[in-house]
Design a binder for this molecule. Structure first.
Ligand SMILES: [Zn+2]
Length: 120
């Protein structure tokens, strides 16, 4: 893996800090060369008031941001920022894990609260 993990951490943290949700989560998709392909953050859905507000997960937001689907073998890095900018443990929910796998993204990493990326 040619990915600069410190760089991805910085990108993921900056993205998560933009989230307006109670849990501030980001998902950064990276290609084999280590280039960032898409950045997603969790956010409230806005267009279904009858259904109540829903959280759009960061992973789905990141998938939406992929420009060309010929990208394959992407890595997904998932990060959660807590109060005051502290890093919190995060796991990908089952729905998002299935979604990422459906897009051929098998390599999923989480940032732990000890600030280490671990493979899902
Ligand atoms: Zn999810």
């Amino acid at each position: 893996m040619q990915v600069d993990l410190d760089h991805i951490f910085k990108v993921a943290k900056e993205a998560a800090e933009r989230s307006q949700c109670r849990y501030n989560v980001s998902c950064v998709l990276v290609d084999k060369r280590g280039d960032v392909v898409s950045i997603g953050i969790n956010h409230w859905s806005s267009n279904r008031p009858k259904m109540g507000r829903r959280t759009v997960h960061a992973e789905l937001d990141a998938i939406r941001g992929i420009k060309k689907m010929k990208e394959s073998n992407l890595y997904a890095f998932i990060y959660r920022c807590g109060a005051g900018g502290a890093t919190r443990n995060i796991n990908c929910c089952d729905a998002c894990k299935s979604l990422l796998r459906a897009y051929g993204i098998e390599k999923i990493f989480y940032m732990t609260e000890n600030e280490e990326w671990v493979r899902a």
